[in-house]
Write a protein that binds this ligand. Structure first.
Ligand SMILES: [Mn+2]
Length: 434
């Protein structure tokens, strides 16, 4: 039974701001995520829907949130799983209707089984219906059956709100950033040749659990060539002497994520060619962090990182072309063979949080104070790729460096600054706990 994360007033204010934005006489429906069955009576770990958490703090399954502004004032109803002794004995205590009314920021609470009845009573009175669809198919079908008009998507109203973090949200994100930074340092300190990727994963996850947090996504622990596979997460191979290991792992504190990547030599010392690539990615990362300024376009950090990487690839002799061809007219030139993802994304209740856009593709928002973004340039030279040719000394190297950045009027604040990233710092930590 999870407690509410923030004070009631923070959620009530979010509800009021949102409902003032929606046209009057609207009903907004946000279903909660389904609790998926793994087999028989065993379920996957449950994580509530981020929109529902954002607007109500509610985290129990079998629930949905409805907010309306039909009579001019915003009124909220939470549909919840009713208390049931038998199910509580097996699965844990249930907050129930009375508990929800007492401690959650809502005007009414009813059992989820009454949602259909609620639709019958209320839909006739409203002119606009907003629903986040494709969360719960059963709810979608029920609403479609009852509402013959257009079903509107509220996310374009909620996403800009979610993208500006409040002081209390920032505090949780700092905590998530600190725990994940410590976890990476511990993993560096126990690294040695022939350690299993899974062993480093367990060290990271143990620190998350010890600090009452969980993974915010499946950790990526890739040694050698595995570091060049962007979403590698089988974490099942030994990391040979002399190879780099890339760890992309972050945790979640009360729903708020951190997202950190560090790359280090498993034996403790960067080789000359590893050092050259690492220094280049670090230079690009620092340039992109500098570009995290209030008022800058969404793509500015991606452009800053891309310029540094393209110039560096030419300098190292990996690209044999002009800067113009390396970068391309739309940042789609030759350098994309080795840096194929965006430079960052929004971070918040979701690790790839709402309110951003795909860098290098979508216009995205102008950066504002209170946004939290990741900065994560990388370079990848997979030895098995037949579509690229690179000097042999760089083959099999993958490097990514990722930090979490709070945008402020006073410039970028690196929330993950407890996680070292200079070559000197890293070399002094790797293996130091052995
Ligand atoms: Mn990331």
């Amino acid at each position: 039974m999870a407690d509410i994360v923030f004070g009631k007033s923070e959620y009530v204010e979010r509800q009021e701001v949102l409902m003032a934005e929606l046209p009057s006489s609207s009903v907004l429906i946000i279903p909660n995520n389904i609790h998926s069955v793994r087999s028989n009576d065993t379920k996957y770990p449950y994580r509530a829907n981020s929109y529902l958490m954002y607007l109500s703090g509610w985290e129990e399954s079998d629930s949905l949130l409805v907010i309306s502004n039909v009579s001019g004032t915003s009124k909220s109803t939470l549909f919840v799983k009713p208390r049931d002794i038998k199910s509580e004995i097996w699965e844990g205590r249930i907050i129930g209707v009375e508990g929800a009314i007492e401690n959650w920021p809502i005007d009414h609470a009813r059992p989820t089984s009454e949602f259909e009845e609620f639709l019958n009573e209320n839909l006739e009175l409203c002119s606009n219906l907003f629903l986040i669809s494709e969360i719960d198919q059963q709810i979608d079908d029920m609403v479609r059956k009852k509402w013959k008009g257009e079903i509107l998507d509220p996310r374009s109203f909620i996403d800009p709100m979610r993208s500006i973090k409040s002081q209390s949200e920032i505090e949780l994100m700092k905590r998530a950033a600190t725990i994940a930074s410590e976890a990476h340092v511990i993993a560096m300190s126990v690294s040695k040749p022939d350690i299993g990727e899974w062993e480093l994963q367990s060290v990271i996850e143990s620190h998350f659990t010890m600090n009452r947090s969980t993974n915010s996504y499946n950790p990526i622990v890739g040694g050698g060539d595995n570091a060049t596979i962007l979403h590698y997460n089988s974490n099942s191979k030994l990391i040979e002497e002399g190879k780099l290991v890339l760890i992309d792992a972050g945790c979640e504190v009360h729903g708020y994520a951190s997202d950190i990547t560090r790359t280090w030599p498993v034996s403790g010392k960067f080789s000359q060619s590893q050092r050259e690539i690492y220094e280049l990615v670090l230079k690009a990362e620092l340039a992109a962090i500098d570009a995290c300024q209030v008022g800058s376009p969404w793509d500015s950090m991606h452009h800053a990182a891309s310029r540094v990487l393209a110039a560096g690839l030419i300098e190292l002799g990996i690209l044999d072309c002009s800067m113009e061809d390396a970068l391309g007219k739309k940042f789609d030139g030759e350098y994309r063979k080795f840096f194929m993802h965006g430079t960052g994304h929004m971070l918040g209740l979701d690790v790839h949080d709402v309110g951003g856009g795909r860098q290098g593709g979508e216009p995205g928002p102008v950066l504002k104070s209170g946004m939290v973004v990741t900065i994560e340039p990388g370079l990848y030279f997979s030895s098995w790729r037949e579509d690229i040719s690179v000097p042999k000394k760089y083959s099999g190297i993958g490097v990514r460096i990722e930090d979490d950045i709070l945008i402020t009027e006073d410039g970028p604040v690196v929330l993950t600054d407890g996680c070292p990233k200079t070559i000197d710092e890293i070399e002094s930590i790797v293996g130091s706990a052995l």
